[in-house]
Design a protein around this ligand. Structure first.
Ligand code: DOR
Ligand code: ZN
Length: 351
């Protein structure tokens, strides 16, 4: 049977780790998980062991990535509101700026004063990505009104956050937003059952999943927030926040398509068209996926490419499998195997 052909997908929000945290994930295993999951471009977040807030650290990260990646990788800059001159220096090498206003892995939180300073020093049309939960999202919108900068609210996770984003969009403010696969597919109850393996930031609010599916029309992108931590770390007394997603996002979404919860066109808007438009990512018509839409399988921890080796969806039956991946006409993945050498992926900068 002929396979379904889709363009190579784009994930604008992943944590590939490496740089002192390669026991969780490294650039090779993370980008292998991306290819196995049908993503050919991923944008990596700056909350590394040492946050990526200077050009020196960014250059170090890029050169490590170049040795190991097997798909295209771009980066987001970070800032703690201290080395403000570094923002202009990092800008040409990144696709966005990521700021944290709430507690999460790394705890690189900035306060309201720093937020204002950073907005004033980001002289770029590239998006400012915000981890901004209900308590602080209003402050972000004030800064959008003040500066006109494009803000992307990451992993919308409460009714209040999504309502705030919808209101901003109604006012034609330059605000976009993303949601994660876990907020789309895990209920509050299911996450609770997973114990530490269902702990992430932002957490899952009771009833949000249903609200989200009803309001999916307001969402711009699906971003995985792929956040690998080891099984041992998760079982420890202080489990870190985050769940891996890169291997499993597309099978979950294709299953939703097969259940008629989502159209294939909308899937492509959320995982391809909007990401490339909003983050100005080059695309190529010879970069595509071959999908077996009818293939049913059970998500199995042993078959994942992510180094952390577990999934919150282990045991779930899904329908739709990535068979082959081609980048610029070259076959890079087939039937569970990565066919290219470490370092054959490309670091991407803005168009
Ligand atoms: O759950 C999360 N994990 N949320 C974040 O915002 C960061 C991420 C991580 O880096 O582990
Ligand atoms: Zn994240």
């Amino acid at each position: 049977m002929p396979h379904l052909i889709l363009p190579g997908l784009i994930d604008v929000h992943v944590h590939l780790r490496d740089l002192g945290q390669s026991h969780k994930e490294d650039f090779y295993t993370g980008t292998s998980a991306a290819l196995a999951g049908g993503f050919i471009t991923v944008l990596d977040m700056p909350n590394n062991k040492e946050p990526i807030t200077t050009l020196t650290k960014l250059v170090e990260k890029i050169s490590e990535a170049k040795k190991k990646i097997v798909c295209d990788v771009g980066f987001h800059a970070g800032s703690l509101g201290i080395d403000l001159d570094e923002l202009d220096k990092m800008e040409p090498y990144v696709l966005g700026l990521k700021l944290y206003l709430n507690k999460t892995t790394g705890n690189y939180i900035i306060d309201k004063e720093k937020l204002i300073k950073i907005f004033d020093h980001w002289h770029s049309l590239k998006p400012i990505m915000l981890h901004a939960e209900s308590d602080i999202i209003g402050e972000v919108i004030n800064n959008v009104k003040r500066t006109g900068r494009h803000v992307h609210i990451c992993h919308v996770s409460t009714k209040y956050e999504l309502t705030t984003v919808i209101e901003a969009k109604m006012k034609k403010l330059p605000v976009t937003c993303g949601v994660t696969p876990h907020h789309l597919f895990l209920s509050y109850e299911a996450a609770k059952k997973l114990g530490p393996f269902g702990m992430m930031k932002p957490q899952i609010e009771k009833g949000f999943k249903e609200f989200l599916w009803k309001n999916l029309t307001y969402i711009d992108v699906i971003e995985s927030d792929h956040a690998p931590h080891t099984i041992e770390e998760k079982k420890s007394g202080t489990p870190p926040f985050g769940v891996p997603n890169l291997d499993t996002t597309l099978p979950l979404l294709l299953t939703a398509v097969s259940e008629k919860k989502l159209t294939r066109e909308r899937l492509l808007e959320l995982c391809y068209e909007n990401p490339y438009r909003l983050f100005r990512i080059k695309t190529d018509k010879n970069t595509y996926l071959e999908i077996d839409e009818k293939k049913e399988f059970v998500i199995d921890n042993k078959k994942l490419k992510t180094k952390c080796g577990w999934s919150p969806y282990a045991g779930w039956k899904v329908k739709g499998k990535v068979k082959r991946v081609f980048i610029k006409g070259k076959k890079v993945f087939e039937n569970g195997k990565i066919l290219v050498k470490k370092g054959s992926g490309k670091v991407i900068y803005s168009n």
